[in-house]
Design a protein around this ligand. Structure first.
Ligand SMILES: Nc1ncnc2c1ncn2[C@@H]1O[C@H](COP(=O)(O)OP(=O)(O)OP(=O)(O)O)[C@@H](O)[C@H]1O
Length: 688
């Protein structure tokens, strides 16, 4: 896929995306989280790019939500599902689900949503999901205990490029190589010419080392697991609690991860632990052993009566000799015992085995008082212990890297499956929380079968493929009352209809419900209704109520919008199904004075009705609009069933073909019933 061929992706964005490991995959799969890792690409932009890529794939012109209110309803619908995600990934991933008029696109999401609705959202799974995140790139690895060596300048550059984690040294000869052997725990010589060379330390001759970098630096493959250890573990936990099929032996993966410490080292190896402690505690152990020797020697000297002949004393004083020679003569045995104690103590404290001989040299044979360790021997011991520690650590890393290497693909798929499960569970919870069902969209049944292609010979559902919509038991989660208190609404419209109703009867809420159900249906998602049939449309135009009368300029602009809308539908006189639009308008009359408004709304409705559009226009002027219209217009009404304790009791489902009585009329009627006076009766008569 050419990155620049994605709509809206210019040269700069394409360059940013190209920095990703596999931008084509991320685009194809709508992986917003990965796209957002490209430099300078925000999450919002990443979601737009992913949507554009999906649109391109489906030849989808976009722009289904054609007005700002329609886009708000889409955001609200998406928000309801996003609120039910656990991971940030799923939240962003859902951004790639958008309303579309393209049947293949709708069906591909519906397929997924159907599978999602089969899932049981379980608290334990949600808890486990909390630790899952998309896999991150490991940070750069730097290894200091190993080096590569070569005599060849070209090979040097090659080595630097192939294994940048270690230092590459140029050597002239075996002597220089041997020197390196003393500075590094392991030296890998790249030249064949060194084969058979016998030098001290861990110096290997491996001419093919650059072909297998993981062998030299097992830290490289391990870095992926070190960086992502906790995420992979969480994904394993998700697979266990959700009882998902796993691509590898989860126990083996977990136990391998258990061996990996947070800093990338291998843990749980007694020998490595011993060597690590020995290096760390060496100075302290030497000084304790030294003190023990001195304590022994001091006690011995204190207890001892030393007889010294006069001539000896004289010679000592004359020669200015120290007491050492006296010590060696008189206390040789005691000194030996003290030194031996110090050596044993050092070996025992550090648990030394292979390096015992060097450790013994840390305390000299020649008697001195106080006893002093031999710094050179201690340094040598430190070097040997450090090299042994590092060599063991590398060997263990190599073994662990080998074990884990074959599980990398499985680990990646575990994390991906867990994250995608979160997307599905969010849809499942949305569907469960709001009693949703899969709607019939554009004649395609909930289970994905087209009404016109029934292979089992059964009759298609009546009117499944018709324009308009029919919602039964629709309950909008966007209402300002708790969902349990939302009264179900039945509403069906074929063509265009005026919706009248008492004040606060729920006209705007009904439009919102129709917009929400239509939007969700075109996203390929379940809808909050007992059942719903939605005619497929190319665009949704939802115009919210304007606050107050518009000035001349704004009024003209609004009229132009409607003019363009009508003209847009008009462009395809053979209005095929794919060209249909849905228009929802709330109290357009508020833009200007009532008389003119009724005439304008009537004109727009007539034009839309002629063009096979689906439309609902909420209006308090429904009666005047019908009068102003030349054609027959349908008017539905949200009726008050009466006044109870000064409150209107409303039937929230619009009654087809009935102009709703207004609130003032209902109040006058109540007063006429209650009062003796003829005034109210006469007033009531004027409403007819
Ligand atoms: N289906 C419903 N179930 C429960 N409450 C509802 C329902 N529909 C509407 N309501 C309640 O009625 C209130 C008024 O609804 P809405 O604003 O839709 O009425 P309206 O007819 O458009 O009012 P207006 O006459 O001001 O245009 C809502 O805020 C909500 O509290």
């Amino acid at each position: 896929m050419e990155l620049e061929s994605v709509s809206g992706v210019g040269e700069k964005t394409a360059a940013a995306l190209a920095e990703l490991d596999d931008p084509e995959r991320a685009l194809r799969e709508g992986d917003v989280a990965t796209l957002a890792q490209a430099p300078g690409i925000s999450e919002g932009r990443a979601a737009r790019i992913a949507r554009a890529a999906i649109r391109d794939e489906h030849d989808d012109p976009g722009g289904w939500a054609a007005t700002s209110r329609a886009r708000e309803i889409y955001r609200d619908a998406l928000g309801l599902i996003q609120d039910r995600t656990v991971t940030d990934y799923a939240r962003k991933r859902l951004e790639t689900i958008y309303p579309s008029g393209v049947p293949e696109r709708i069906e591909s999401v519906r397929e997924r949503a159907r599978a999602a609705m089969e899932r049981e959202p379980d608290d334990a799974v949600l808890e486990a999901l909390a630790g899952v995140e998309p896999l991150a790139d490991p940070s750069d690895v730097r290894v200091r205990d190993r080096c590569l060596a070569t005599t060849d300048a070209e090979r040097y550059a090659e080595a630097q490029a192939a294994i940048p984690e270690v230092t590459v040294e140029v050597v002239d000869d075996a002597r220089q190589l041997a020197e390196l052997g003393r500075s590094y725990a392991t030296v890998v010589a790249l030249d064949e010419s060194f084969a058979g060379l016998d030098v001290e330390g861990d110096v290997r001759v491996q001419p093919d080392a650059l072909e297998n970098p993981a062998d030299v630096v097992p830290e490289r493959p391990l870095a992926f697991f070190t960086r992502n250890r906790d995420r992979i573990r969480a994904a394993v936990a998700v697979h266990r609690v959700a009882d998902l099929d796993s691509p590898c032996d989860l126990d083996a993966l977990e136990s391998a991860l258990d061996r990996l410490a947070e800093d990338g080292s291998v843990r749980g190896d007694d020998e490595l632990d011993r060597l690590t402690v020995a290096v760390d505690d060496l100075d302290a152990a030497v000084s304790t052993a030294e003190s023990a020797a001195n304590d022994h020697l001091r006690a011995a000297i204190e207890e001892r009566d030393v007889t010294i002949e006069g001539t000896d004393l004289l010679s000592l004083v004359e020669r200015g000799a120290g007491v050492d020679s006296l010590l060696s003569r008189e206390l040789a045995d005691e000194y030996d015992a003290a030194i031996s104690k110090a050596r044993d103590r050092l070996i025992e404290t550090l648990g030394l085995t292979d390096t015992e001989a060097v450790a013994r040299r840390a305390f000299p044979d020649d008697p001195t008082y106080p006893v002093e360790h031999n710094e050179e021997a201690v340094s040598r011991l430190r070097e040997e212990l450090t090299a042994a520690r590092d060599q063991r650590a590398t060997r263990l890393k190599r073994e662990l890297a080998d074990d884990l290497a074959e599980m990398r693909g499985a680990a990646e798929s575990l994390v991906e499956t867990a994250l995608e499960l979160d997307v599905e569970l969010a849809i499942a919870r949305f569907a469960a929380d709001f009693d949703c069902t899969m709607p019939v969209v554009g004649g395609v049944e909930p289970e994905g079968r087209s009404a016109s292609e029934r292979s089992d010979g059964s009759e298609p559902r009546d009117g499944a493929d018709d324009p308009g919509f029919a919602i039964e038991g629709g309950r909008s989660p966007l209402l300002d009352v708790p969902f349990e208190a939302v009264e179900p609404v039945d509403y069906r419209v074929d063509g265009v209809a005026l919706l009248s109703g008492v004040n606060s009867g729920g006209k705007t809420s009904t439009l919102d419900l129709v917009a929400l159900v239509t939007t969700l249906a075109h996203m390929g998602l379940p809808v909050p209704a007992e059942s719903a049939r939605i005619g497929r449309v190319r665009e949704l135009h939802y115009h919210a109520k304007t606050q107050g009368t518009l000035d001349a300029g704004a009024f003209e602009a609004t009229l132009r919008d409607f003019g363009a809308l009508v003209a847009g539908v008009d462009e395809s006189p053979e209005a095929t199904r794919a060209d249909r639009v849905m228009v929802l308008v709330d109290e357009l009359e508020s833009i200007t004075e009532p008389g003119a408004a009724a005439t304008i709304v009537a004109g727009i409705l007539e034009a839309l009705a002629e063009r096979d559009a689906t439309g609902v226009f909420v209006s308090h002027l429904a009666g005047d609009i019908i009068d102003a219209a030349d054609a027959d217009l349908t008017v539905d009404g949200i009726q008050a069933e009466g006044l109870v304790d000064g409150e209107l009791r409303v039937n929230r489902s619009p009654v087809k073909g009935q102009l709703a009585r207004s609130t003032p009329e209902l109040i006058v009627e109540k007063l006429a019933d209650d009062s003796e006076s003829d005034f109210y009766g006469d007033l009531l008569g004027k409403f007819e």
